[in-house]
Ligand binder design. Sequence first.
Ligand code: NI
Ligand code: MN
Length: 227
Amino acid sequence: MATRLRWLGHSCLWIESDGHRLLVDPFLTGNPKAAAQAHELNPHFILVSHGHGDHVGDTVEIARRSGATVICNYEISCWLNKKGVKAHGMQHGGGHNFAFGRCQLTLAFHGSQLPDGSDGGNPCGFVLRLNDGKKIYDAADTGLFGDMKWIGEEGLDLALLPIGDNYTMGPDDALRAVKWLQPKKVVPIHYNTFPLIAQDAAGWAQRVQQETQAQAIVLAPGDWVDV
Ligand code: NI
Ligand code: MN
């Protein structure tokens, strides 16, 4: 069994683990850096971290076509149900065992209003414990928060952290997050999609290499990483 992850640009992730296909925050249409088109993807599960358009993205279209179950907070699950999409609602701190492994929702300090102005509940991140034993933490959109220390306590194989600043952590706080999470590998996300979140990811990765034990991996949209 093995788990590998492909960055599709912005916060969109494609995860393959033991025959299971997961798609996270599928913002493809309208994403100038997208490495795939919505109609190409056939996931079993779609994870949505919060209601903003650059995360909900193409969720409805992909889920309707593929029959994927969407994993998200309760409020977004109700919104998706009304659109005829199968959704599994959860809340922070809660976990559930799915076919691919366990998914737990974590805190995220951010907003979550849905594209049509509906209440999208509270934003979240995800801890995934996959069937092959690998653990992934996708912080999604968030500022730095102290509970990242306990998220890292049980050991993480891979962390995905926003570095874009303005809407989320910037490079300095993301570096502190790496120190608290102590993942084996870390991949920066949510940067360079738009001028407002332009960042020097290579420079950030160099600081991670110098100041932590983590392996910082800068992906180009479409690149894969073994978890
Ligand atoms: Ni957001
Ligand atoms: Mn965002």
